[in-house]
Design a protein around this ligand. Structure first.
Ligand code: HEC
Length: 543
């Protein structure tokens, strides 16, 4: 990976928020961040290291972030723990046990050794020799770094140390949820009901103020903090949202954004979270932002973009190769179908598919929409990126059309009001587990809603919100009292794979760098006399 201008900029803004005065210093810090995160030396040359057996690693493969993580707090993978290397963990005075350290508990922290000095730390990084003179295991590479490069890297490790985190006080953890003005009102209400009840439940169990026992840290008991939810309702045009969010964050610092609902675009919210390095955990959005280098925004799935990939896979593998297929895609202006249609068109090879996109004005009535489809112009394949109200009002299937694909996410999954005549020819992108397979996994949240008298008005959104609350709650428990935003994201990545309760999704996982927890879906068709039955066309597909 090259050091991108964006990477530099992020380093720069990081420092601005930390309030370093001189520009030159900020520039340097961005360069040392590039060593740590991207394996790029200030000269632009790749970082070089040796591993056991004379294996040489270079550039991003050797970047510290791969093992010690972005937070510098290390990780545990199987039986291997990778120690924290944030400054305060390297330079702390020797202590008897980890409990005696006045540092937030992290797995793999080392108490019983002399503190590093800049010189012994340089030796550790170059020659793999610890503060106490013992050599490290082969897992820690031996780096070739000049003196100024080393000084810059060590300065970076020093500033990684966890300090006070906005949104965390002695007794309260503050979270926000973000709602855009164009969010569907039912989804909004459904999500808020779940969040509010979850927070009430959570706080019900907060014990009375008790003195913090040091030895308790390792046992994963901690002072339970009260969870407080701030609802950040945005107003006005998307261009103004970032400013609004900045003002809200300044007024009510939060540790993370939990869930949320969006409409046409989530991009300004995504940009805000990345710029502020604020974890934004799994909002309910149909159109998430796909960006390789982003870190703080996690999504349950790629939404309609994943559906476009599923449909593209089906069309390219199942269609007769000897003729050119005419595909007509229909969507409303000002809805997410536009991007989905673009993604599908881009994924279909031109020589086999002639794709026409037809959009219907946002305010057009369902008659006008039906007319647009009637004029399908000889298309043999229709792709409908439409919401339930539009689907319900469809005219008969145009005569030339042999098959139809539709977005399950936009169209309401199995509850879609698609007319019966359409069901015989329609395949639906279905980016969640099949109803009978997910039933057991959904019993729990649905029971939880029932007991708390939460009306089920948008089942998928509500189940996803409940899932996200559970993920965040489990993660926070495992973090003990180490509240560092990057670490929160890293721990979510780590714990996700071990979750049994995964709601609508067959499995969830986030390898470092991945931002979409569920990666596949089905393509299904309708069956049964009334077309009420769903049958998968094939296996779960990861396009
Ligand atoms: C491939 C994984 C890997 C990468 C990449 C890596 N490390 Fe390590 N590092 C380890 C492991 C494993 C240990 C523990 C080794 C041991 O104690 O035997 C370690 C230990 C250390 C220690 C000693 C910590 C202590 O408390 O004594 C320091 C300092 C360190 N690494 C710095 C770095 C720096 C700086 C980079 C990037 C330039 C880096 N590491 C890249 C795996 C890695």
């Amino acid at each position: 990976m090259r050091l991108s201008a964006q990477g530099l900029l992020r380093g720069f803004t990081l420092l601005l928020t930390f309030g370093f005065p001189e520009l030159t210093f900020a520039g340097d810090a961005a360069l040392s961040e590039a060593i740590y995160r991207h394996g790029v030396l200030p000269s632009g040359a790749p970082l070089v290291a040796d591993r056991e057996g004379g294996v040489r690693i270079e550039g991003v493969t050797g970047a510290c972030v791969n093992c010690h993580r972005r937070s510098g707090l290390g990780m545990k993978e199987g039986r291997q723990t990778i120690p924290p290397i944030a400054g305060s963990y390297l330079f702390h005075p020797r202590a008897g046990t980890a409990d005696d350290l006045d540092l937030p508990f992290v797995e793999g922290m080392r108490a019983d050794r002399d503190p590093y000095t800049d010189a012994t730390l340089a030796r550790a990084i170059r020659d793999g020799i610890g503060a106490d003179g013992k050599p490290f295991s082969y897992l820690m590479p031996r780096y070739q770094l000049g003196d100024t490069e080393m000084a810059s890297l060590i300065a970076y490790l020093k500033q990684l140390s966890p300090g006070a985190v906005p949104g965390v006080t002695e007794s309260v953890l503050h979270f926000a949820t973000i709602i855009t003005p164009d969010a569907d009102p039912l989804k909004r209400q459904g999500m808020l009901d779940v969040l509010e009840k979850f927070f009430i439940d959570k706080n019900h169990y907060v014990r009375a103020e008790s003195p913090r026992l040091r030895s308790s840290r390792r046992l994963m008991f901690k002072v339970n903090r009260h969870w407080e939810l701030h609802v950040w309702q945005l107003t006005g045009a998307p261009e103004t949202w970032e400013k609004q969010l900045q003002a809200k964050l300044a007024a009510e610092p939060v540790l993370a954004v939990i869930s949320g609902v969006g409409g046409r675009t989530w991009a300004p919210v995504h940009r805000f979270c990345e710029a502020e390095a604020l974890p934004c955990l799994f909002p309910n959005v149909d159109l998430p932002i796909v960006s390789e280098n982003d870190f703080d925004s996690l999504y349950l799935s790629k939404g309609v973009l994943l559906e476009a990939q599923l449909i593209a896979h089906e069309l390219t593998t199942q269609r007769d190769e000897s003729k050119v297929h005419r595909v007509l895609q229909v969507f409303r202006a000002a809805d997410v179908g536009e991007e989905a249609a673009g993604a599908l068109a881009a994924a279909l090879p031109d020589e086999r598919f002639a794709v026409v996109n037809r959009y219907v004005p946002a305010g057009a009535n369902t008659r006008e929409l039906a007319a647009a489809i009637r004029k399908a112009g000889g298309a043999d394949t229709l792709v409908l990126w439409l919401r339930p109200a539009d689907l319900a009002a469809l005219d008969p299937v145009p005569p030339d059309v042999a098959s139809v694909f539709m977005s399950g996410r936009m169209g309401g999954l199995e509850r879609s009001p698609l007319p019966a005549a359409w069901r015989t020819v329609t395949h639906m992108a279905y980016p969640v587990d099949l109803p009978e397979r997910r039933r057991v996994r959904l019993d729990y949240p649905l029971g939880w809603f029932r007991i708390r008298q939460i009306p089920v008005v948008a089942q998928e959104v509500q189940a996803d919100t409940y899932l996200v609350c559970g993920i965040v709650s489990d993660t926070i428990n495992h973090m003990v009292d180490t509240f560092v935003r990057d670490y929160l994201v890293e721990r979510v990545e780590e714990m996700l794979e071990h979750r049994v309760i995964t709601g609508y999704y067959p499995r969830l996982a986030l390898a470092p760098g991945q931002r979409f927890a569920s990666k596949g879906g089905y393509v299904v068709h309708f069956a049964g006399r009334t077309g009420a039955l769903l049958i998968a066309d094939g296996d779960w597909l990861v396009p």
